[in-house]
Design a protein around this ligand. Structure first.
Ligand SMILES: [Fe+2]
Ligand SMILES: [Fe+2]
Length: 328
């Protein structure tokens, strides 16, 4: 059994490899459910760029570009950060591959997920290019630098941490895309459509990852709780290697697009979904971890209060929007 399990995953303790092998049926079933839930769309469905383009499509793009001039710079910063986060896809494909291995159904999920995620970066890039949102060269340099810098979370080869992180992160990106879209809606409706399509995908990915992590939690509660606690306390969005990331995320925080309060809501929702507070038959160590995890929301609330209290109004500048001053 153990040698069979070892074929399926490249990271993890022997016990973890066995559990990963054990939940393969759940992974396959969740993948099936995911494929049935999804409505596949393509960037060209929203922002067409065909050789034989209709006059209406061209007029729509001209309208979009005209309306996009009215988008405030705070929203542009959020769009840039969302785009850069999506373009970090090579890092995530690699992390999933190295943590979950190259055998079915994990590898099949990684490919399906990557194919879906790839459309997000494509669509956002098509949008910002056709709507003329940025100093595009400056944005491209940031993207290049982010891909080159890499994303190396300290997961210590723990596949459970990858699954806990992706559960949180898919929901966090859903919230970030949906809120960015909402701020665009009354000014430039295509931006809202773009973000709503992406947020819908993130929501379905979130459902997949939380279900798979839930299956692991049932089989291996102590190790799963240990991984979950570490990830929840150290959670950071993936783009922190992007230069200027702290200022970008601070603008996004101040605009109410994504902040510690929203992160706390995500944590609450997941603790409730996994019924962490009600897990029974736990070892003494697992009970301790359970207690610590149940205290995370209060800790996040204190952190949000602290961030709000210390945030004095200040001015930000980003070269991808020509260093225009943003005061927030
Ligand atoms: Fe995405
Ligand atoms: Fe996603």
């Amino acid at each position: 059994m153990m040698s069979g399990a070892a074929r399926f995953a490249q990271c993890g303790t022997p016990e973890q490899l066995e559990v990963l092998h054990d939940v393969e049926g759940d992974v396959a079933a969740e993948m099936q459910a995911h494929t049935e839930r999804r409505k596949l769309w393509f960037p060209n469905d929203l922002i067409p760029a065909d050789a034989e383009q209709t006059a209406e499509a061209e007029a729509e793009i001209a309208r979009m570009r005209d309306a996009a001039r009215g988008l405030p710079d705070t929203v542009r910063v959020a769009v840039a950060l969302n785009l850069l986060t999506e373009e970090g896809l090579p890092h995530f494909h690699r992390l999933i591959s190295t943590h979950l291995g190259n055998s079915r159904p994990w590898a099949a999920w990684n490919r399906l997920w990557t194919a879906e995620e790839d459309r997000h970066g494509c669509l956002l890039r098509d949008y910002v290019r056709d709507a003329r949102l940025f100093d595009m060269g400056a944005l491209e340099r940031l993207q290049f630098q982010y891909i080159e810098a890499g994303f190396e979370p300290e997961w210590e080869q723990d596949p459970y941490r990858l699954l806990a992180y992706t559960s949180l992160q898919e929901k966090a990106t859903q919230v970030s895309h949906a809120n960015t879209g909402r701020l665009c809606a009354s000014i430039e409706p295509m931006a809202q459509r773009v973000f709503a399509h992406i947020a819908g995908d993130e929501s379905r990915h979130y459902q997949f990852y939380r279900a798979v992590f839930g299956a692991i939690l049932k089989r291996d509660p102590e190790r799963a709780l240990n991984s979950l606690l570490k990830v929840m306390l150290g959670f950071a969005m993936p783009g922190h290697a992007i230069s200027g990331y702290d200022d970008m995320s601070e603008v996004v925080r101040r605009a109410g697009i994504f902040c510690a309060r929203q992160y706390r809501k995500i944590v609450d929702e997941l603790l409730d979904f996994w019924q962490i507070g009600n897990l029974g038959s736990l070892s003494a160590t697992a009970r301790e971890l359970q207690d610590k995890i149940m205290k995370v929301p209060a800790r996040l609330a204190r952190m949000a209060d602290y961030q709000d209290a210390k945030a004095a109004r200040r001015t930000f500048g980003f070269d991808f929007i020509y260093n225009r001053a943003i005061t927030a």
